[in-house]
Ligand binder design. Structure first.
Ligand SMILES: Nc1ncnc2c1ncn2[C@@H]1O[C@H](COP(=O)(O)OP(=O)(O)OP(=O)(O)O)[C@@H](O)[C@H]1O
Ligand SMILES: [Mg+2]
Length: 110
C-alpha cells in the first residue's frame, strides 16, 4: 500500500474529490493546512496568514500499490495551474491498515 498526501489549492478540492471518486477511490481524508513552499508565491490566492503561510488543502489517500500512480497523475493534472504555489504530492509506503469495526487488516480494508 501507498499513502498519497497531496497539498493543493483549496479551490481545486471539489474537482479532485469528484475525479478520485470516478476512478474508484472510496476513502480519503481532507484537512485545512497552512504552509510554505521552497519558492515565494507572488501570485498566491490563498489568504496570507502570519509568517507568510498560505492556506492549502491536504488530501490523503491510502491506496493499493498498483493504483498509486494513477491517483498521483490525476491529482497532478487537476491541481496544476502552472503558477507558483500549485502544491506538492508526497508518496510514502503504508505498512498496514485496520478497519476498526471488524479488526480486518491489509489492503482489503481500503
Ligand atoms: N517540503 C515540504 N514539506 C512539506 N510541505 C510542503 C513542502 N513544500 C511545500 N509544501 C506544502 O505545499 C504547499 C504548496 O507549496 P508550493 O506549491 O508553494 O511549493 P514550491 O516548492 O514553492 O513550488 P512552486 O515553485 O510551484 O511554488 C505549501 O504551502 C506547503 O503546505
Ligand atoms: Mg511556492
Amino acid at each position: 500500500m501507498k499513502k498519497i498526501e497531496a497539498i493543493i489549492r483549496p479551490l481545486k478540492l471539489d474537482e479532485v474529490k469528484i475525479a478520485l471518486g470516478e476512478i474508484g477511490v472510496t476513502g480519503m481524508s481532507v484537512s485545512d493546512v497552512r504552509g510554505v513552499g521552497s519558492s515565494p508565491d507572488p501570485y498566491a490566492t490563498g489568504r496570507k496568514t502570519a509568517g507568510d503561510l498560505v492556506i492549502r488543502t491536504r488530501v490523503e489517500v491510502v491506496a493499493r500499490d498498483e493504483d498509486a500512480d494513477e491517483i498521483v497523475a490525476l491529482i497532478e493534472t487537476i491541481a496544476r495551474t502552472g503558477e507558483p504555489g500549485d502544491g506538492k504530492i508526497f508518496v510514502m509506503p503504508m505498512v498496514d491498515a485496520i478497519r476498526v469495526r471488524t479488526e480486518e487488516r491489509g489492503e482489503d480494508v481500503l
